[in-house]
Write a protein that binds this ligand. Structure first.
Ligand SMILES: C[S@@+](CC[C@H](N)C(=O)[O-])C[C@H]1O[C@@H](n2cnc3c(N)ncnc32)[C@H](O)[C@@H]1O
Length: 278
């Protein structure tokens, strides 16, 4: 029977996901990595597939993935920039609106992706020339993202093409933004926070439902937006569902495809003295 992807419980009132670490192979290297992750993330380490947990952060021979041991759970989730739908060769078409929204015109922009998640936007922006710092506060998502980037960097073409344009950081972006030295302020801050589901967004992709179950809704998005506005040199871009209200009324313009909307907040021209002190 085909696995149903719809039984995954991401209702807003669902309890936080119970997560453990699991290693698929009795190989020393795999076991050691699982032990390290369990200690570092303060998660239990389980020796067998255990459906008492909602998610298993699983170390395999090849990669790190999130597995769903309960019956009817989604397929494993992992970050892959080499092949598949989010692979490097996929081109920018799906991200055309985002590139327009950040003001990309064949010159290198510095972008702070303050809501890195699975890193799709950050990778695409970096692969196509932007210098990207991506910040994620969920330690589990951060490990999945770092694992995907490390695997991509083992492919010579990707490594040579991207250089060090993508840097990932674990932590809260508000603190990251407040700590930035004035001359390190990015041209663009990009925000794609997890908003509570609306009826209109009921059909969100299973991956976003998994993320919601893992990290919850980003109910502090307003304060992140304020922090972004106090630092960005050129613009702040916020991704939203097309029918959602903008985060702030002083929107400059938007780019929408009818489903997704990128709201652009242009920054007033500012001098170095205007930038927040560290
Ligand atoms: C919808 S996901 C982003 C998906 C991402 N744009 C992508 O392309 O894969 C939102 C993510 O932002 C993260 N996040 C929200 N607020 C944050 C903050 N203040 N600092 C760091 N990460 C944050 C959440 O933990 C979540 O993983």
């Amino acid at each position: 029977m085909r696995r149903s992807q719809t039984q995954f419980d991401d209702r807003p009132d669902a309890a936080p996901a119970k997560v453990a670490v699991f290693a698929t192979e009795p190989v020393d290297e795999v076991q050691r990595r699982a032990e390290q992750l369990a200690a570092q993330l303060n998660l239990p380490l389980v020796a067998a597939y255990d459906s008492a947990f909602d998610m298993l952060l699983t170390v395999t021979n090849d990669r790190l993935e999130l597995r769903f041991p309960q019956s009817g759970g989604p397929r494993p989730l992992y970050v892959d920039f080499v092949e598949g739908r989010h692979g490097y060769a996929r081109g920018v078409h799906r991200y055309g609106l985002l590139f327009n929204a950040i003001g990309y015109r064949n010159r290198p922009l510095t972008v702070l992706d303050a809501t890195a998640g699975l890193g799709r936007a950050a990778f695409r922006l970096a692969y196509h020339g932007c210098h990207v710092s991506a910040v994620e506060r969920s330690a589990i998502l951060f490990e999945l993202l770092k694992d995907g980037i490390d695997r991509a960097a083992r492919v010579p073409h990707i490594r040579d093409h991207m250089g060090d344009r993508l840097q990932v950081h674990l932590g809260d972006s508000r603190e990251f933004l407040h700590r930035l030295a004035p001359d390190a302020a990015p041209d663009v801050v990009y925000l794609d926070p997890m908003f509570p589901p609306t009826k209109k967004s009921a059909l969100v992709k299973v991956e976003m439902r998994i993320l919601r179950r893992l990290v919850g809704d980003d109910l502090d998005a307003d304060s992140l937006f304020e922090a972004a506005r106090s630092v960005a040199r050129q613009r702040v871009v916020v991704k939203r569902f097309s029918r959602s209200e903008p985060l702030s009324p002083d929107l400059s313009h938007s780019h929408s495809d009818g489903t997704t909307r990128y709201d652009v907040y242009m920054q007033p021209a500012r001098t170095r003295e205007d930038m927040p002190a560290t």
